[in-house]
Design a protein around this ligand. Structure first.
Ligand code: CS2
Ligand code: MN
Length: 360
């Protein structure tokens, strides 16, 4: 595996490449052209300058998170082909720039959903948290307003003000889209892009829906073992793969994370590894990465990745806000650096144990 950190670009991120370079064992970043909107064709010069900037700092551009999908593709409106053509052009340009990993998601309207961006934990750190009763009681527009008020002046991915300005129309667009239709539209999209992915060896890695169930009445499909295996089979090409995000699949306690990882052998191209602390099945908060701070056994998750021979980029996911850092919620430097060091430690122990066992 290759340890990475997500980085939003010097214009948007409070964390610098120099800081990332100094985290032991982190060799690359996962980035994006954060200023682009879904549906836009990425410019080659912008891709290359992002890559050059990252490489000049001694890091690698390990992949893109995300090239976002225009709603026309998810809804399947008549103009979707134009947007898929645009997506293909972006993929070609990424491939020509020697980028071979693209993370994306297929969630209607929103990306991840949380009800609080700064819940205070017993140690005084603040974390992103989710409470189902709070979602049931709030209108999405009001949730957006309350989230942007606590985002430390940063723009949250998937909750961009331009998108939220059209939230009513977005909900209307999805009126007739149920889970089956969403699956069909995803299949249509993947079948059209696979030849380009084959040509440039681009691994597409779908990010799970977060939380892994329907919110605000919108359909969600990338939620469980059965659904993700259905997706792998419906377009059975190794370039049609997965971002295994423990914090997103893990929102549903029925998901057995190590078992899911093993069932996806060969199709996990990217991993987000983080912990959650459940206070009840419908209330959770984003604890520190350490197993004992949350509800997941992080050793078992890393062991499963090791056992399937995972070699792709991995990153700590959201971190807590600690040591008075002011940054994009979930994306500060300090706690993600602790997360990276911890995951590297688990990996080293697993690797050495395995080597010892096979020598004896
Ligand atoms: C990320 C997602 O911040 C996060 O929760 O894991 O925003 C992820 O980048 C997207 O869903 C992938 O398209
Ligand atoms: Mn994730």
């Amino acid at each position: 595996m290759q340890m990475t950190l997500r980085w939003y670009g010097s214009q948007y991120d409070t964390v610098t490449l120099k800081q990332i370079r100094q985290i032991p064992g982190v060799t690359g970043v996962i980035s994006t052209l954060y200023g682009t909107t879904p549906g836009e064709v990425w410019k080659t010069e912008d891709i290359l300058s992002l890559k050059q900037e990252i490489e000049a700092s001694g890091l690698k551009l390990a992949g893109i998170e995300s090239v976002n999908i225009h709603d026309a593709i998810k809804v399947g409106t008549p103009d979707r082909d134009q947007y898929i053509d645009n997506y293909i052009l972006t993929l070609e340009r990424l491939g020509q720039a020697d980028v071979h990993l693209v993370c994306y998601n297929f969630m209607p309207v929103f990306d991840w959903t949380r009800t609080e961006l700064a819940r205070v934990r017993p140690d005084g750190s603040t974390v992103l948290a989710y409470n189902q009763a709070a979602v049931d009681a709030i209108h999405p527009e009001d949730l957006f307003a309350s989230l942007s008020a606590s985002s430390n002046g940063t723009v949250l991915p998937g909750w961009e003000p331009e998108r939220m300005a059209h939230i009513k129309e977005l909900f209307e667009m999805y009126q007739d889209v149920d889970e089956e239709k969403l699956f069909a539209n995803l299949k249509y999209f993947l079948e059209r892009i696979m030849p380009t992915c084959d040509k440039y060896d681009i691994n597409m890695a779908i990010h799970p829906d977060d939380p892994a169930w329907s919110v605000f009445g919108l359909p969600r499909i990338i939620t469980s073992k059965a659904n993700i295996l259905r997706m792998m089979q419906m377009v059975d090409n190794p370039h049609n793969g997965v971002t295994f995000c423990s914090g997103s699949y893990g929102t549903n306690l029925e998901n057995d994370l190590p078992d899911m990882i093993r069932s996806l052998k060969g199709r996990i191209h990217f991993a987000h590894v983080r912990n959650l602390k459940f206070n009840s099945p419908t209330d959770f908060e984003e604890a520190a990465h350490l197993s004992s701070d949350g509800s997941f056994d992080m050793y078992e998750i890393m062991l499963a990745l090791y056992d399937i021979g995972f070699t792709g980029p991995i990153r700590p996911d959201h971190g807590r806000m600690i040591w008075d850092e002011v940054a994009m919620p979930g994306y500060g430097l300090y706690d993600r650096a602790l997360g990276a060091a911890y995951l590297n430690g688990l990996w080293e122990a697993i690797e050495k144990q395995h080597r010892k066992e096979s020598a004896s």
